[in-house]
Ligand binder design. Structure first.
Ligand SMILES: Nc1ncnc2c1ncn2[C@@H]1O[C@H](COP(=O)(O)OP(=O)(O)OP(=O)(O)O)[C@@H](O)[C@H]1O
Ligand SMILES: [Mg+2]
Length: 705
């Protein structure tokens, strides 16, 4: 054999080996994903069969008992009284009553409940019911402040020990813990207090020894696990609480926890025998949609401003999430130029400034916060009506959390994501070094690119839950449109060949350059294909492993380049087809998915703002929740007694007179309007009559003539 022929064969073998290796790694990746899904499904199956067959745990005397936490308990009527007359909550939501019962029975509990599901009530109610002091560990100062303020407004003796609480406060709390003389129902601390302050732990021990430590609650418990998204090293040391106080019931609560995080939590907190309550991740009041994001920045802001003006003209609160600090500032400014009351929030701002913006928004004096992901865990506002993502999140999990800040009060709210393929490389160059970072990003890209799959089912799948119908609460299910699948394999081959050619010449290419080169080389295409269509295809090829992203650091940034992926040859050899979806969907810009205030509701909203302003630190929703406003205005109570049956005793005692005054005023003005209308109608009738008579007269006179 001649050397040239040998070289040729060698080269083609080399290529074939590369191809096979590519396929092997793609298959291995696929296999990993299948294994992961298999383990999720197995866990799911266990959970499903466990919920069908009641667990029979061992009792201390060795007998076994079926746990039914929904049955009547001796504390039921006292619990109902506190729920309604102190918290003003007319009925329990799913799992709340059962969780209260488990805690009252002295057992440990792990609660996984979606954002806004009502986790706080699950430990605050037993805290009052059990007597003694409840310790709550919470990760953020702002969360703690909100909770303490809210409880104080309900007349519950709640305190906090944090780096900012003053000496006097600390003295009071320590004395209350040690001597039990003063009333201290709920004490909030940050995890640092538990892990770093020996003084605090010794006082807590005294409280416990005197039999006054009644419950320990770990809020945002996912922070304990390094697999949880907000991992906090100090949370790791919380295991000391169960070791020191083994008989005190512990409740750990979080909004989202995968199976891995759940197991980790149980182990880290030393609560192996805990009763677990896992609620669905479903948020039935949230409407999810994805909109195509224009290449022109101003057009995107126009669309956002129009959306807010059209659907939320009553100053309803919202959040716009942006990718970068600079973008936040710019978009907040541009929204203001368009008449929207907006301000920005990001990590590089001065703490006081940030706090001020947050406070204005919490008090409904600012409609929209334009924030980076730094505007996160501390948000406790229940009446956020819309969350808009100006760029995509880095994973389904973060998107679920960020968008989930909408509608925590259970009322209809909207989550809109503006997607364009050009945003993907910006995110990928930030997440590529994280564990499964790219895989997680590509999952949310698939979510955005799909024009047919239910958005809700994407969340169920991600969190390993059986699928449920979203009841028309996403664009793909609700908005009728004609979606066509188009085979774009030929165009994809052109793209991949071009990448291959450049690679052969040792040239790197970004997605943007690739689009430009393709349009220059194939002039015939450039007339037909827009830049965003090519970008859409390139991203699809990346997500499908036909192309691949590679990263290179410069002193100022990390650049994402496009190279061939493991399935490139399959496509080039015609063993793989690529299809994209096109849709003729028209966004119904005027569609309104959340209710807005009626006349009376607006007046009650004004009233709660006035009371909140007069009390300084109290937030409007603590005075009256939006739900309570809705109930009052639909049931129109006209006595304190009737009002009490709607919002409970405490709020009626505090604000009842003012509420009834607003109601009376409203009835009077309604009456006036009605009378006015009647009068108008009469007037117009009589003037019509006069006109008619005039005509008649004229006619008559003409007849007479
Ligand atoms: N049973 C109920 N009926 C009506 N409203 C309720 C009920 N339980 C709680 N809420 C209200 O729902 C809102 C959210 O409750 P909460 O703050 O406890 O949610 P969460 O589960 O802790 O959410 P997150 O994960 O975001 O912290 C609050 O305004 C609360 O008053
Ligand atoms: Mg909470």
């Amino acid at each position: 054999m001649e050397s040239e022929a040998i070289q040729d064969e060698l080269q083609s073998l080399e290529l074939e080996i590369n191809d096979v290796q590519g396929q092997i790694s793609a298959l291995i990746e696929h296999q990993d994903r299948l294994y992961e899904r298999k383990s999720e499904l197995k866990t799911l199956l266990k959970a499903v069969s466990a919920s069908v067959t009641p667990v029979a745990p061992s009792c201390p005397d060795g007998s076994s008992a079926v746990e039914n936490w929904s049955e009547p308990f001796e504390w039921d009527s006292r619990a109902d009284d506190i729920r309604f007359n102190i918290f003003g909550i007319s009925k329990y939501r799913a799992n709340q009553r059962e969780i209260v019962n488990v805690i009252m029975a002295g057992r440990d509990v792990l609660v996984i409940m979606a954002a806004g599901g009502g986790k706080s009530l699950c430990y605050q109610l037993p805290a009052i019911l059990r007597g003694g002091t409840t310790l709550v560990v919470s990760p953020l100062l702002s969360l703690i402040q909100d909770q303490v303020m809210g409880l104080a407004a309900l007349g519950i003796s709640a305190y906090m020990l944090t780096s900012t609480s003053g000496k006097e406060n600390e003295k009071f709390v320590y004395k209350a813990l040690e001597k039990g003389e003063d009333d201290l129902k709920i004490l909030y601390v940050t995890p640092e207090k538990v892990s770093k302050s020996k003084r605090f732990m010794s006082k807590l021990e005294k409280c416990h020894n005197a039999g006054r430590l009644s419950l320990i609650s770990i809020d945002e418990a996912h922070c304990c696990s390094q697999w949880g998204h907000d991992f906090r090293p100090d949370y790791k040391n919380l295991s000391i609480l169960k070791t020191q106080f083994p008989k005190v019931p512990m409740v750990a609560l979080t909004a989202t926890a995968t199976q891995k995080v759940q197991n980790d939590l149980i182990e880290m907190l030393h609560i192996p025998k805990c009763v677990k309550f896992v609620s669905s991740v479903n948020r039935p009041n949230l409407f999810y949609s994805v909109r195509e994001k224009s290449l022109v920045g101003k057009a995107v802001v126009d669309e956002i401003a129009e959306f807010i003006r059209e659907s939320y003209s009553n100053n309803e609160s919202g959040i716009v999430y942006c990718f970068s600090r600079k973008e936040c500032e710019q978009i907040a400014g541009e929204l203001r130029e368009r008449g929207i009351s907006a301000d920005y929030y990001h990590a590089e701002m001065d703490v006081n400034m940030r706090e001020k913006v947050h406070m204005r928004w919490s008090k409904n004096k600012l409609q929209v916060i334009v924030g980076t992901v730094a505007f996160g865990m501390g948000i406790n506002k229940p009446d956020v009506r819309f969350v808009i993502h100006h760029s995509l999140s880095k994973s389904m999990e973060t998107y679920y959390q960020e968008s989930g800040r909408a509608g925590r009060d259970g009322l209809p709210s909207e989550c809109v994501l503006f997607f364009r393929s050009g945003d993907v490389p910006r995110q990928s160059s930030m997440v590529f070094y994280e564990y499964s970072g790219l895989q997680n990003l590509y999952d949310i890209v698939r979510y955005c690119q799909s024009k047919t799959k239910c958005r809700g089912s994407a969340f169920f799948r991600h969190f390993g839950e059986p699928s449920q119908d979203c009841n028309g609460m996403c664009d793909n299910c609700a908005l009728s449109s004609e979606v066509k699948e188009v085979d774009v394999s030929d165009l994809a081959k052109l793209v991949v060949s071009m990448v291959q050619e450049m690679q052969a010449k040792d040239q790197r290419v970004t997605m943007l350059q690739l689009g430009d080169k393709l349009r220059t080389k194939h002039k015939d295409l450039s007339a037909e294909l827009k830049r965003e269509e090519i970008e859409h295809l390139v991203i699809k090829l990346i997500v499908d492993s036909v192309l691949k992203e590679e990263f290179q650091h410069t002193p100022y940034s990390t650049n994402a380049y496009v190279t061939t992926g493991p399935l490139a040859n399959q496509l080039l050899q015609g063993r793989k087809t690529i299809k994209t979806e096109t849709s003729s969907r028209q966004i119904n810009k005027k569609s309104k998915r959340s209710s807005s205030f009626s006349g009376l509701e607006s007046k009650l909203d004004e009233l709660r703002k006035e009371i909140s302003a007069a009390h300084g630190s109290m937030l409007p929703h603590t005075v009256l929740s939006t739900q309570q406003i809705g109930l009052i205005s639909s049931q129109k109570p006209d006595s304190l007694q009737e009002l009490e049956s709607i919002i409970g005793k405490l709020k009626t005692d505090k604000y009842g007179d003012k509420i009834l005054e607003v109601m009376r005023h409203d009835t009077v003005s309604e009456q006036l309007v009605e009378d006015g209308t009647k009068e108008d109608t009469c007037k117009s009738r009589s003037s019509k009559r006069a006109k008619t008579q005039k005509n008649v007269v004229l006619l008559e006179s003409s007849e007479e003539e």
